[in-house]
Design a protein around this ligand. Structure first.
Ligand code: NAP
Length: 308
């Protein structure tokens, strides 16, 4: 693989950033990588592990001579970081982000960037429930999608390079429009996370399902809910606050469906339940056939965890 960028700056050294750094290294996509994180303990971990070639003392310092700046902070912090780095960006640089919500990030970031800088928002559709600089691994993006949301009239050369970076990190790139992105993600990711948080909260509330029973009988569906509900609280708080409309729309639809299923159970409408579950099973089959998950009993996740 050939180098795509000479100097890359990564702001926010968590799961996604550290995975990007490992994946860039694996394929030799970046000359030097400079990192910065607001958290002192994360800066120290990154330093101890030699995660980046250089650690900066501030976001502004990190981006000074960078060809590519990747914003990998929680969605709610994107605007503040953009305001800090805006005046220090090199003319001709590309700025991207990896935020799970796009419209509000674009509105928060774009006004702070000078006109001689290209902003191409992005969102890798890959993650785990772990966070921080030691959670990352080079294979996270392999065979997964990365959505890019270039604005109208985006510099084709800058877009081509960012596409090459993500492809080199193992992902398949697709372009999407921001509002559509937010709706798609509300369906496939944001609402399911909220439902998992609720389900685990309900079980905890009942106090009739003990922790030991959860561990002992975790082959049942609840285990996957607990995994999702262990996701980073800051990241997910920001996702819901910033993708309010789409998430509320999907949750409204979800509630209607839940009521329909509730009624079918109460009235003993087995045909309705059978037809419903047959439809949903076909969706699962489609996901496996598209290579976006495996039908192994542990969903293949054990293999993808770092340090195992
Ligand atoms: P993470 O592991 O928690 O990493 C975020 C890092 O940014 C943390 O080290 C955090 O420090 C730091 N940070 C927070 N505010 C900052 C600021 N103002 N300046 C510099 N550093 C700051 O989170 P992640 O999972 O990598 O998520 C990062 C971004 O990727 C988010 O926007 C998220 O929506 C997106 N994303 C996540 C996933 C996923 O599944 N995790 C998937 C796709 C996209 P503290 O921990 O001390 O706050």
């Amino acid at each position: 693989m050939t180098q795509v960028y000479d100097r890359v700056a990564v702001i926010g050294l968590g799961l996604i950033a550290s995975s990007m750094i490992h994946a860039m290294r694996r394929a030799g996509l970046a000359g030097t990588i400079t990192g910065y994180d607001l958290s002192e303990s994360h800066r120290r971990m990154a330093e101890e592990d030699g995660l980046c070639d250089r650690m900066a003392a501030s976001a502004a310092e990190a981006v000074k001579d960078a060809d590519l700046v990747a914003l990998c902070v929680p969605v709610g912090a994107m605007g503040d970081v953009a305001a800090e780095i805006g005046p220090h960006l090199r003319p001709g640089a590309t700025v991207t982000d990896v935020g799970s919500v796009k419209r509000s990030v674009i509105d928060a970031v774009a006004p702070h960037l000078p006109p001689d800088v290209t902003f191409i928002p992005g969102h890798p559709m890959a993650g785990t429930e772990y966070s921080g600089p030691r959670a990352g691994f080079a294979e996270l993006f392999d065979g997964r999608w990365c959505l890019l949301l270039p604005p109208e009239g985006c510099d084709p050369e800058a877009l081509g390079k960012l596409r090459a970076l993500w492809t080199g990190m193992g992902a398949t790139v697709e372009e999407m429009e921001p509002d559509h992105h937010d709706l798609v993600c509300a369906v496939i990711s944001h609402a399911p996370h909220l439902i998992a948080y609720t389900m685990v909260g309900v079980a905890d509330d009942l106090r009739r399902v003990t922790d030991q029973e959860v561990i002992k009988f975790s082959a049942a569906g609840f285990r996957d809910f607990t995994r999702i509900a262990a996701s980073d609280p800051t990241m997910w708080r920001d996702v819901f606050l910033n993708n309010k409309d789409a998430t509320l729309e999907i949750l409204g639809r979800f509630t209607e469906e839940l009521f329909a299923l509730q009624r079918a159970i109460r009235t003993g409408d087995g045909d309705m339940l059978f037809d419903y579950f047959t439809r949903t099973r076909a969706i699962r089959k489609g996901i496996i056939e598209a290579g976006q998950d495996t039908d192994a009993p542990d969903f293949g996740r054990g293999k993808r965890q770092p340090g195992e």
